[in-house]
Design a protein around this ligand. Structure first.
Ligand code: SME
Length: 154
């Protein structure tokens, strides 16, 4: 499954569209294609504030458009610079619930020139669905997006 997902994601990211449109299409594609990806979105550092701002996403709308660093799974990844795989969200104390149907979550940071500037966040209604393949795949997506951001800044 992931080989085909990489292939299609590359097609989207190499298309002739704005970066935001590409990110939106990646979210839409992953959310509609991967059975255990029920909500797919990007959060980015909000200017020079110590908070994350919701970017493109696919799935149910969320009230959590701003997340302070350190808060929830997303806010923890903003400061830890590490992937965070949550097999069971109920077992987490520092967790921000978006929907009662969510059972598990994975957040993978996005680095541009070595700096953690945001993340991809996936919510799943399936308990404990994420493997290392998901981590490698989401790291791949973020690296491709980072390259586009780096190129655009040149
Ligand atoms: N659950 C996240 C909040 C973002 S929503 O999943 C869209 C968290 O704990 O940071």
């Amino acid at each position: 499954m992931f080989t085909q997902l990489r292939h299609k994601a590359m097609e989207i990211l190499n298309s002739n569209k704005s970066l935001e449109q590409k990110q939106q299409e990646v979210c839409d594609y992953l959310q509609s294609t991967v059975p255990h990806y029920d909500w797919v979105g990007f959060y980015f550092k909000n200017g020079d504030k110590e908070e994350l701002k919701l970017g493109p996403y696919a799935g149910e709308s969320t009230d959590h458009t701003i997340i302070p660093f350190g808060k929830g799974i997303c806010g923890q990844v903003a400061v830890s610079n590490q992937n965070f795989v949550v097999p069971d969200v109920k077992a987490q104390d520092n967790y921000i619930a978006c929907s009662i149907t969510v059972k598990a979550e994975i957040v993978v940071p996005l680095f541009v020139n070595g700096e953690n500037i945001g993340q991809i966040d996936i919510d799943s209604n399936t308990p404990d669905p994420f493997t290392e393949e998901d981590e490698r795949f989401l790291e791949f997506i973020n690296k491709e997006i980072a390259q586009l951001i780096e190129k655009a800044a040149k």
